[in-house]
Design a protein around this ligand. Structure first.
Ligand SMILES: Cc1cc2nc3c(=O)[nH]c(=O)nc-3n(C[C@H](O)[C@H](O)[C@H](O)COP(=O)(O)O)c2cc1C
Length: 367
């Protein structure tokens, strides 16, 4: 047997013993119930995937204002906390571990999804290109309202309260979603942040909001149970920055202060728009020497590329998104060199059991 590190080797993540190095990537599935409350169907879906080394939940809004898509779950009401308890219990009963992904969409929303039909908020009043997903179908994005400087502590407080709620709901940790063009990413990158106050302009100023949020969340959980997700190469949601290398190098250096348990990086070849992107190179290989703790590599991995990124030492763990949608027992399939179920894109976002909890396990298929 080879002693080489691979996807099926165990790993110690902070205080948690992971039986393998496959991480279930955060996946929005738009199947929360009334009031953005998770329910029994969601518990079944996560429970089926409990053999992952770690599950990262779908993005979950920290406040009603943080919502940007139909039927996504929240973590700001008592009912949502109770709903999430069904999920965390089900995963724990199967011996799994689950972190909650904390989310505020910023400008990637629509008045029809906002409290009192208000405008979505953002660092600056710049509309993204493209369409919002609403309960009435796709609608062009509107120009968001720029947040007042005085409003920012309130949003930091929303994150802190959401982190407390996640703790009450029985999660094993939280992941701060600072990727894919949502609010925290909108503050970081200069195409979306043209503020002139202490949250805009220099890289230091643009990173301030993320670092304040991180401090608040770490205050609740401790750094060893908080991870963060970044997409330095992402163009999804109409993102760009004039100097992503300097920006993300600064951000990751600053994040080291909090001793976060992991940095979850979306790799350069996955730009989030569905295309493989070879033009930028800010991934795990690049940031390995800068970040002090565990690195999770995500984006377009198959088994071979996952084993490779581990063997080369660029990352410690590998996240799988679409493969975990269609293969609830992905670690077992890799261990058995079994065939993989194909995923059906038409059931990714919204619907019910179909394309959600009805992908068969290997056991069912071979029975
Ligand atoms: C249906 C779907 C939903 C997603 N939802 C989220 C999400 O809630 N949060 C997030 O950070 N990324 C989300 N992503 C991105 C994935 O976490 C992952 O980075 C991406 O799918 C690339 O990995 P893969 O090639 O293994 O699927 C989503 C991707 C898909 C396909």
């Amino acid at each position: 047997m080879s002693s080489e590190i691979n996807l099926l080797s165990p790993y110690k993540l902070g205080s948690y013993d992971l039986p393998n190095r496959l991480i279930m990537a955060p996946l929005t599935r738009n199947r929360a119930g009334e009031g953005n409350v998770p329910g029994a169907l969601n518990a079944t879906y996560y429970e089926q995937r409990a053999s992952a080394g770690l599950i990262i939940s779908e993005a979950t809004q920290v406040s009603p204002q943080g919502m940007g898509y139909p039927s996504t779950p929240g973590i700001h009401s008592p009912e949502q906390v109770e709903g999430w308890k069904l999920v965390t219990r089900a995963v724990h009963d199967r011996g799994g571990r689950i972190f909650l992904q904390l989310w505020h969409v910023g400008r990637i929303s629509h008045p029809s999804l906002q409290p009192n039909g208000e405008l979505p908020v953002a660092p600056s009043a710049i509309a993204p290109a493209g369409n919002a997903s609403t309960y009435e179908g796709e609608k062009p994005f509107v120009t968001p309202r720029a947040l007042e400087t005085e409003e920012i502590p309130g949003i930091v407080e929303d994150y802190r309260r959401a982190a407390e709620n996640a703790l009450a709901a029985g999660f094993d940790g939280v992941e701060i979603h600072s990727a894919n063009g949502y609010l925290l990413d909108q503050f970081l990158q200069d195409s979306t942040n043209q503020r002139t106050d202490r949250y805009g302009g220099s890289i230091e100023n643009r990173a301030r909001f993320l670092l304040e949020v991180t401090e608040a969340v770490v205050g609740v959980w401790g750094g060893d149970r908080v991870g963060i997700r970044l997409s330095p190469n992402g163009v999804f949601n109409d993102m760009s920055d004039s100097n992503p290398e300097a920006l993300f190098t600064y951000v990751i250096n600053e994040l080291n202060r909090f001793n976060l348990v992991y940095l979850h990086l979306i790799e350069p070849r996955w730009d989030g728009s569905g295309n493989m992107n070879g033009s930028r190179d800010l991934g795990s290989q690049y940031f390995r020497s800068i970040f002090k703790n565990t690195i999770i590599s995500a984006g377009g991995h198959d088994r071979q590329s996952g084993d490779e990124v581990l063997a080369k030492g660029y990352a410690d763990l590998v996240a799988y998104g679409r493969l975990f949608i269609s293969n609830p027992d992905l670690p077992k399939r890799f261990a058995a060199n079994a065939e993989l179920n194909l995923y059906d894109r038409s059931t990714f976002y919204g619907g019910s059991e179909h394309g959600y909890t009805d992908y068969p396990s290997l056991e069912l298929q071979t029975a």
